[in-house]
Design a protein around this ligand. Structure first.
Ligand code: ADP
Ligand code: ADP
Length: 217
């Protein structure tokens, strides 16, 4: 059993690195952002409630997210663990994991300064069905505009406009950034707490991958 949390600002490379960790350890990636975007695409009640907040760069309510995550990790594919990508995003979400006795083994924080985030997020392209992430410059697909494995079209997300990116960064600094310190303190206290590790996310994708995988092994 291995449960991992990936922390970092939007665009830090959480989704990119999740895919490598998932392959290496055979555990699924749970991206609350991807789950919310599918709910929107399917037109469910959750999707309707989430859309406005997401387009404005804010956070979906803790209760909705916590229920979504609890339901997801009860599925059989999570029996050997999972990677949380984009969750928790508030102290309340982190506390909910403790209250529900969902034990975390590792917290991986990927740090990237704000000025780099904007160029990363405006060049990001995604294959919605698989969650695979590309970048027009830093990590281009083999053929422009299409997914390497399926040949299906890549999309740019609705929240990729520069002013929305700024709003999302503000939300991150106001509500999420403190989780790094939260887990760092817990890790130092030892006991049952997750181990905390920090990585410099401005390095090449392969370098970050190598550092994370060798730390987790
Ligand atoms: P990114 O990959 O850019 O960090 P995500 O795909 O994780 O963004 O999330 C997109 C949006 O979905 C967020 O801006 C937020 O509105 C919502 N969201 C995702 N995860 C959470 C969460 N754990 N708590 C609250 N809102 C969330
Ligand atoms: P997050 O899930 O944290 O929001 P992503 O994994 O979606 O971040 O990455 C954001 C964008 O930056 C994507 O277009 C991705 O291809 C690109 N990217 C990810 N890691 C790096 C890196 N180390 N160097 C340059 N670009 C990167």
């Amino acid at each position: 059993m291995m449960r991992i949390i990936l922390l970092g600002p939007p665009g830090a490379g959480k989704g990119t690195q999740s895919q490598f960790i998932s392959k290496e350890f055979g555990i699924p990636q749970i991206s609350t952002g991807d789950m919310l975007r599918s709910a929107i695409a399917e037109g469910t009640e959750l999707g309707k409630q989430a859309k406005g907040v997401m387009d404005a760069g804010g956070l979906v309510s803790d209760d909705l997210i916590i229920n979504l995550v609890k339901e997801r990790i009860s599925k059989p594919d999570c029996a050997n663990g999972c990677i949380f990508d984009g969750f928790p995003r508030t102290i309340a979400q982190a506390e909910a994991l403790v209250d529900a006795d969902i034990k975390i083994d590792h917290v991986v924080e990927i740090s990237v300064p704000d000025d780099e985030i904007v160029s990363r997020l405006s060049g990001r392209r995604q294959h919605p069905a698989s969650g695979r992430v590309y970048h027009v410059k830093y990590n281009p697909p083999k053929v422009e505009g299409v997914d390497d494995e399926t040949g299906e079209p890549l999309i740019q997300r609705d929240d990729a406009q520069e002013d929305t990116i700024r709003d999302r960064l503000k939300t991150y600094h106001d509500q999420t950034a403190m989780l790094g310190g939260f887990y760092q303190d817990k890790s130092k206290a030892g006991g049952d707490a997750p181990e905390y590790h920090q990585f410099d996310g401005t390095q090449d994708i392969d370098v970050v991958k190598e550092q994370i995988l060798s730390t987790l092994k």
